[in-house]
Design a protein around this ligand. Structure first.
Ligand code: ADP
Ligand code: MG
Length: 381
């Protein structure tokens, strides 16, 4: 529990609040496949956002961020987003619930979390899903998890200006302890896959790099995939996205697509295949194969899809050079952020010190280590 949440609530508001929690997420494998309606493999983690909430009898919502030490109020009948503000996530969720016919009334809310912002664990999705879970419980709306995830996604599009996929809020909403979610981004449905890591642990290494390139490169990659689909439809009239193609089509696809597009399409097609292979490997407890798939995902993202950067390549390469590390890859959109690593648990301290020393020497800055465990999704406490 967040230490400041209840003290902040009680020193500002009356009554005893309900408490919701929504976690951040990792993505085991399946990067840049979501917008081609492909497959991703996320899981919720222990870190997350707590939301304390209670009704008030005014038509306005009073919010406090325990972490930022800031207050914000908005009127339920007329509110407008404020560029870059954390309260947008609350206004966005309220707006979408109201549009769907839920009668949201005034509430007092305190928010606090322990997800490092912008580190790749998707604090914004946890915040939206946490707020949605809290409001739904407070007013007995009983909103289905999938709708909460869809509101959270739409809220980010409309109110935060980020064109994100469904994966992050979906994983925050549907996560299960010890289970990863094999999520089909066409049907928005998932299958739970048990994650038994035995003597191994997952740890993220944050490169602390944020490239301004990320947004424009993301749009370019998206367009390259869409244009590839248009070109391929002459020979494959039945396809809607690259997800509809398989590895056995690659030879023919290479003949059709221009040299600049083929590797991008190849990444999406092979990455969807790796997601299924990774799920199979986890199901049969084959961590070695699972780790190799992580490595292959990194190579594909770096060389074919070209969304890595020297820092991420360095982190993945130094990690995979250690026999105690079964796999390592960049996680997220790329050009910065974290790598996800599968490391033998008794080697974790040595892993950290090798990476720290190597990274500091090469890039003159320290990486950040974030241990993660596959845990339960959003819930009322
Ligand atoms: P991430 O990759 O972590 O999702 P984003 O930039 O998408 O990064 O979202 C981060 C934003 O979410 C913050 O700028 C803030 O507005 C909001 N946020 C995250 N954590 C908290 C928190 N603990 N309290 C209030 N707002 C938060
Ligand atoms: Mg985010």
């Amino acid at each position: 529990m967040h230490p400041q949440l209840l003290p902040t609530y009680h020193s500002n508001f009356s009554g005893s609040p309900l408490i919701a929690f929504a976690p951040g997420r990792i993505n085991l494998i399946g990067e840049h496949t979501d917008y081609q309606e492909g497959f991703v493999f996320p899981a919720a983690v222990k870190q997350g956002i707590w939301v304390a909430i209670q009704k008030n009898d005014i038509r306005s919502c009073r919010l406090i961020s325990a972490d930022f030490g800031q207050e914000f109020s908005f009127d339920l009948d007329s509110f407008t987003p404020k560029k870059g503000h954390w309260a947008n996530y609350a206004m966005g969720m309220c707006a979408l619930m109201k549009q769907s016919g839920y009668e949201v009334k005034g509430f007092d809310m305190v928010i606090g979390g322990n997800i490092p912002v912008g580190s790749g664990l998707s604090s914004s999705a946890a915040l939206s899903v946490g707020i949605g879970t809290a409001i739904s419980a407070l007013f007995d709306f009983d909103i289905p998890k999938k709708n909460l995830a869809l509101y959270a996604q739409k809220s980010e599009h409309l109110y935060a200006g980020v064109k994100c996929g469904i994966m992050d809020p979906y994983a925050s909403a549907f996560g299960r302890e010890g289970k990863a979610l094999l999520l089909d981004c066409r049907s928005n449905t998932h299958q739970e896959i048990p994650v038994h890591l035995g003597n191994y642990s997952l740890i993220l290494v944050n490169s602390k790099v944020k490239h301004s390139l990320a947004d424009s490169a993301y749009n370019k990659r998206r367009e390259a995939c869409e244009e590839s689909v248009r070109l391929l439809q002459a020979n494959y009239p039945e396809i809607i996205t690259l997800r509809d193609l398989s590895i056995s089509d690659l030879g023919k696809i290479e003949e059709i697509l221009p040299k600049s597009f083929f590797p991008k399409a190849k990444h999406v097609i092979t990455e969807c295949d790796r997601v299924h292979e990774a799920a199979k490997a986890l199901q049969s407890g084959d961590l070695i194969t699972f780790g190799r798939l992580l490595d292959a995902s990194h190579t594909s993202l770096s060389q074919d899809f070209e969304v890595s950067c020297p820092e991420l390549d360095f982190l993945a390469q130094i990690a995979t050079s250690m026999p105690e590390v079964l796999g390592s890859r960049m996680m997220g959109g790329g050009f910065g952020g974290c790598t996800i690593n599968l490391v033998r648990t008794d080697f974790l301290e040595k892993f950290k010190s090798h990476i720290q020393i190597g990274y500091e020497k090469r890039f003159l800055k320290s990486p950040e280590f974030i241990p993660v465990e596959v845990f339960e999704g959003a819930r009322m406490l």
